[in-house]
Design a protein around this ligand. Structure first.
Ligand code: PNS
Length: 161
């Protein structure tokens, strides 16, 4: 059985993420969407909320599981017997960081492969960080996320003020 892990901070999950998972689910027998913290970013939504929102967003996909992890991604992948990482690539901006991450992950876990899926052209500009900024300034983000996500983000941002 071919399993791939799609890790990310998903803070919050967007339609762009959903598109990647739907496509990965057609390529693999099983996809584990692994929600972790990115030490290089400040996360807004708690990890359990991000997991719940993803489970709701991806409930239509039978071969997809949503889980959370802490520590190194490669250790999590090993613990799940998985040697394939899926990551998404938008326009030009992501390439350097993704390339660097894949090299480090291979150094730490020889044999692990990173597969980069190009984002659909309608989402190439989309990022969770930009949606947090838009939402924090009262912008309408409903075309890029499901209603539950928009609500969770607005509620959290209100709490933070
Ligand atoms: O959606 P993001 O923020 O780009 O996801 C990044 C994430 C969470 C996949 C990355 O930060 C990660 O793998 N964190 C776990 C710690 C780790 O293994 N770091 C080494 C990466 S080379």
């Amino acid at each position: 059985m071919r399993t791939a892990v799609y890790p990310g901070s998903f803070d919050p999950v967007t339609h762009g993420h959903r598109d990647i998972v739907e496509r990965a689910a057609r390529l693999f027998d099983r996809v584990i969407v692994a929600v972790g913290d990115n030490p290089r970013k400040k996360q807004l939504l708690p990890v359990d909320v991000r997991v719940d929102l993803l489970r709701e967003e991806l409930a239509h996909l039978e071969n997809v599981e949503v889980d959370q992890f802490s520590g190194l991604l490669v250790d999590y992948a090993k613990s799940r017997d998985c040697a394939i990482i899926i990551r998404a690539l938008r326009a030009m901006s992501d390439f350097d960081a993704e390339f660097q991450m894949s090299v480090f992950n291979t150094e730490l876990f020889p044999g692990i492969e990173t597969l980069l899926l190009m984002t659909d052209k309608q989402y190439f500009y989309l990022s969770s960080s930009m949606l947090k900024e838009l939402s924090s300034q009262g912008g309408d983000i409903s075309r890029w996320v499901c209603p539950k996500v928009a609500e969770a983000l607005a509620a959290k941002l209100k709490d933070e003020v």
